[in-house]
Design a protein around this ligand. Structure first.
Ligand code: COA
Length: 198
């Protein structure tokens, strides 16, 4: 499969406790519970947008076909969308950025690591992406830990740079498809790397 195969139809990635899947208007009540919460945006680089303050606006227009992924993170046990995850800023089908966020009530339970690990494995196993990267405010300890637990390497520190719309010290983390994913054999062969499955 390639990124082009997912332009119109996004994947569903299943993990032990989560389903990463496209969102729909039925998810509005769960999104309302956390998406407008300002604490989610402390180290996000910007505050909530109009649509993040009122998630019903997210579904007013159909999603435009794109190679990027924006999937909801559904907690299987409750059926609620408790977060979302992106693979975006794709360059030459080779390199992309990742971002993940969770409802405050669902943070600190390993869900972020589970979601990002599965998304990372999916990208390297099912698309031609070779590099995934993230920028993270140095004060965002949970995100730093999550990235490192998912096998991302700290590649550098940007001092007082612009992270999204905020000026701060931030790290750049990256992972290559040839890097080992925690708990997996060396990839880039036919051996599966995704913690999740589609
Ligand atoms: C960043 C985020 C997605 C991490 O997801 P999470 O499910 O909370 O993280 P996990 O439970 O998988 O934990 C990852 C690590 O961070 C640690 N951690 C989690 N919350 C923490 C906290 N409040 N303080 C210190 N460490 C914390 C965990 O203990 C774990 O490390 P460990 O295994 O060494 O103990 C989540 O905290 C979040 O949504 N934050 C707000 C949005 C955001 O900033 N996103 C990242 C933008 S780059």
């Amino acid at each position: 499969m390639t990124l082009a195969d997912y332009v119109n139809e996004k994947p569903t990635i299943v993990t032990e406790r989560l389903r990463l899947r496209p969102m729909n208007p039925e998810d509005i009540p769960s999104l309302m519970e956390w998406m407008p919460d300002k604490s989610v945006y402390t180290y996000w680089g910007k505050g909530p947008s109009k649509a993040e303050k009122d998630p019903s606006l997210m579904f007013e227009k159909p999603e435009r076909p794109a190679k990027s992924f924006h999937l909801g993170i559904e907690e299987t046990s409750s059926g609620k969308v408790i977060g979302d995850i992106w693979v975006y800023l794709i360059e030459n089908d080779r390199m992309a950025s990742v971002a993940v966020r969770l409802a405050p009530s669902c943070q600190g339970r390993g869900y972020g690591t589970e979601a990002l690990g599965a998304m990372t494995g999916f990208c390297f196993e099912h698309t031609e992406l070779k590099r995934l990267a993230a920028e993270v405010d140095v004060r965002n300890i949970p995100s730093v830990r999550m990235l490192e637990k998912c096998g991302y390497t700290r590649e550098g520190l940007v001092r007082q740079g612009k992270m999204v719309s905020t000026w701060c010290d931030y790290y750049i983390y990256g992972i290559l498809s040839s890097d080992p994913l925690p708990g997996t054999e060396v990839r880039d062969g036919s051996e599966g790397a995704a913690e999740g499955r589609i």
